[in-house]
Design a protein around this ligand. Structure first.
Ligand SMILES: [Zn+2]
Length: 107
């Protein structure tokens, strides 16, 4: 049940006008889906970043989540920072590994 803003009469949920005064009544806010795509991306990004090995994939999803997510904006930002840092480490480690292999070959 909802209440009329104008006269305070109780109105049945299926009515959009007050039966007492005839004023228009706002419909009850519809239950929104728990997650939109951005929220899912943000959670996925955080999960992938937490695995550390899959941080580069986390970075991709974190960037996709930014601006789309409403409830997990902070999570998306934190995911970007951490996954970018881990991706950088990952690249540096790969470069050092490749240099290591090549230098072994040259010796
Ligand atoms: Zn009314």
């Amino acid at each position: 049940m909802k209440k009329c803003d104008l006269c305070g009469a109780t109105i049945s949920d299926d009515l959009d006008r007050c039966p007492e005064c005839g004023s228009k009544v706002e419909p009850l806010p519809m239950a929104k889906p728990a997650n939109n795509r951005g929220d899912i991306y943000a959670i996925l990004a955080a999960s992938l970043t937490a695995t550390q090995v899959l941080a580069p994939a986390g970075l991709v999803f974190a960037i996709a989540a930014i601006g789309k997510t409403k409830r997990h904006q902070a999570l998306a930002i934190v995911s970007i920072v951490f996954s970018a840092f881990l991706t950088l480490l990952w690249i540096v480690a790969t470069v050092y590994y490749v240099i290591g292999i090549t230098s072994v070959r040259y010796y």
